[in-house]
Design a protein around this ligand. Structure first.
Ligand code: ATP
Ligand code: MG
Length: 298
């Protein structure tokens, strides 16, 4: 059933929801999150947001019920493998990786246990929310194991005597440490991704998706870039340019009165570190400004 409006499934509440809503807003999609609604209509574009649990997003895409979705690769791949194993549709199109939701899916064991490699997990029981991804990894390693499926509190399973090891999402490692565990294998590095259902789209939707993608590109690129301005002595111009990240073609502007100095403006794909700023100053640069960029289009 092809709907008039573009349907985008996003996580209702959790680690992906704020950044996902911010991204859409920065792309110019206006909407108002109020109350406990499942569907939120955009006020200025033919877009409906479906607010659901992240577990449901891959299935909604794979069944073709929504057009786009934002989901962590960990969840996407797990559900895809599970559906494929059951013979259900598991196709989708990955439109782009996003710049949030970064984490890794790792195997962890008792911090005092010896570990030389995956073969040390032979015959062990691994507690996880991601049995399919664990199986794929262990099969690749040729190691036999058993699982203990848990949807929460995975990290306490070894202490509770439910499992010998765990496989869970890690970002800083603090939770593992607090539970007396150490990370021994990273089986997947995950980020949030924008995915699309397979099948046909009418002309209007195709154009809208293209527009959203171009805007997302601009928003993400802008977040990673900085606008750098400084004044520099003309005789040190080359040395100063060499210190600036991505300064192939900066704009050089003469100053109103001081003819021995120029202003340099450039868009850098990286931030300028304090150390570099200090070096620039050492070469005689002054009025060094590093500004955030809100949007860009190439
Ligand atoms: P829901 O109620 O929607 O099912 P959830 O509890 O399953 O939510 P969250 O904890 O909100 O999920 O995490 C959503 C996604 O955020 C994860 O699947 C993962 O892709 C990403 N993520 C990023 N960092 C972490 C982390 N440290 N721990 C867990 N997930 C993380
Ligand atoms: Mg979930």
């Amino acid at each position: 059933m092809q709907t008039e409006r573009l349907r985008i499934a996003i996580q209702k509440k959790g680690r992906l929801s704020k950044e996902c809503q911010d991204l859409l807003k920065r792309c110019g999609v206006k909407f108002n999150m109020m109350g406990e609604r499942l569907v939120v209509h955009s006020e200025n574009m033919p877009i409906d947001l479906l607010l659901v649990r992240d577990d449901d997003i891959p299935g909604l895409i794979m069944d073709g019920v929504v057009d786009l979705g934002v989901i962590g690769e960990n969840e996407l791949e797990e559900v895809g493998l599970e559906r494929a194993a059951r013979g259900e549709p598991s196709e989708y199109v990955k439109l782009r990786r996003l710049d949030f939701g970064g984490c890794r899916l790792s195997i962890a064991i008792d911090k005092d246990a010896d570990y030389a490699g995956p073969q040390d997990l032979q015959g062990k029981r691994i507690a996880t929310t991601y049995p399919q991804l664990v199986k794929r990894y262990m099969d690749e390693q040729g190691v036999q194991f058993s699982t203990c499926m848990l949807n929460g509190s995975v990290e306490v399973a070894p202490r509770a005597g439910l499992a010998d090891a765990i496989c869970d999402l890690v970002s800083t490692g603090a939770t593992l440490e607090a539970n007396g565990l150490k990370e021994v294998e990273v089986i997947l590095r995950s980020k949030a991704v924008l995915i699309q259902r397979t099948g046909d789209f009418n002309q209007d939707k195709t154009e809208l998706i293209e527009r959203l993608l171009t805007r997302m590109q601009g928003v993400i690129q802008a977040k990673e870039s900085k606008y750098i301005m400084l004044h520099a002595p003309t005789e040190c111009l080359e040395q100063i340019k060499a210190l600036l990240p991505g300064a192939e073609d900066p704009t050089i502007i003469p100053l109103a009165t001081d003819k021995s100095r120029v202003a340099i403006h450039l868009v850098s794909s990286e931030n300028l570190f304090w150390e570099t700023m200090e070096e620039l100053k050492g070469l005689g640069a002054s009025s060094i400004l590093v500004l955030p960029i809100e949007k860009m289009m190439e």
